[in-house]
Design a protein around this ligand. Sequence first.
Ligand SMILES: Cc1cc2nc3c(=O)[nH]c(=O)nc-3n(C[C@H](O)[C@H](O)[C@H](O)COP(=O)(O)OP(=O)(O)OC[C@H]3O[C@@H](n4cnc5c(N)ncnc54)[C@H](O)[C@@H]3O)c2cc1C
Length: 363
Amino acid sequence: MLRGSKRLSLISSAILSSAPTPNRTLATSASTTPTKKMPNHAQVIIVGSGPAGHTAAIYLSRAELKPVMFEGMLANGIAAGGQLTTTTDVENFPGFPKGIGGSELMDEMRAQSERFGTIIHTETISKVDMKSRPFKLWREGEEDKAEPTDTCDSLIIATGASAKRLNLPGEETYWQNGISACAVCDGAVPIFRNKPLAVIGGGDSAAEEALFLTKYGSEVYVLVRRDVLRASAVMSKRLQAHPKIKMLWNTVAEECHGNEKGLLTSLSIKNVKTQEASKLDVNGLFYAIGHDPATQLFKEQLDVDSEMYIKTTPERPRPPSRESLQPAMSKTRSIDRQSPVQEVAAWPPSSVKSFSPSRPTRT
Ligand SMILES: Cc1cc2nc3c(=O)[nH]c(=O)nc-3n(C[C@H](O)[C@H](O)[C@H](O)COP(=O)(O)OP(=O)(O)OC[C@H]3O[C@@H](n4cnc5c(N)ncnc54)[C@H](O)[C@@H]3O)c2cc1C
């Protein structure tokens, strides 16, 4: 839907403006001598290219630490630039009183990172080894090689997150044909206009998505598994007061059904208190049930919790100090005594539990 075209434009602009990849083949002597592939070494590598990755890149490059960023090639199913590339107007970013398009904002952040010298590769990192120094990284397609493609002294993990799905029967069939995890991206498409729609979830995101969808749908059902909302008081009040919104408490969806055109037309739902099953006619279903952090790559290397968020000590996450990024300059500090994990920064917000896993509420 809307999302696809935005991604394509972002990817192509990313490729066109990408800094040249340094030559990874180093000649060992004269031109007749066989060449040996050496890993590229950087003081600091940033994996991920959402707002977190670019914030890190801007600070690091302005500090002349020559960061290298892997912005990903549809890594974790998300375009370079991250989740904001899937949205229209961002209205809560300071400095843009009239709002700014998500892709446009990310293009600007990318340009700012490059302006100060960040080298950006439009590639995905698919394997890491952080057991010893320097940290080793492999680019996608080269993970079977013994030698890493890249090494670094410090690594910033800014790999973000993706929306959770319920994997209901029928969900795959009607995914992007009536089912979406992003009302803001997809809510305006014609198949939802003046049609009954449903949102699953009980937090701020669900409230926000449902309220947004009232602009387009004839009515919006909000399916809440319990009899209370997790959403903030102000959002709950706004949600329940809206004339187009109908709350379905203690209700879960069990199956998705569609028509011969392959579009969603209804849901099987159940009241978990009464066990009463029924059918809900809706042409749109929007999930607002949280996110999965993109930390799969690091689960063997770092401590992650049951939801795959990287565990951090209370005072973290924090930006790595210049000293920790330049061990050669810091003779007084023994980096050998530090565990590699301590030298890894998981930049906020999406991959770190101590920050809200759900996206910030729009105003
Ligand atoms: C539809 C929508 C609308 C939103 N609107 C707003 C809003 O208006 N205001 C607001 O404040 N927030 C909004 N958000 C939330 C905001 O987008 C996120 O909070 C923010 O993008 C998180 O930034 P991040 O840098 O942590 O990660 P992400 O934006 O998730 O970016 C991570 C990036 O890293 C890449 N990556 C992952 N793994 C790898 C790898 N192994 N190698 C290389 N690259 C990798 C991914 O492909 C992705 O591009 C919205 C989110 C969505 C989905």
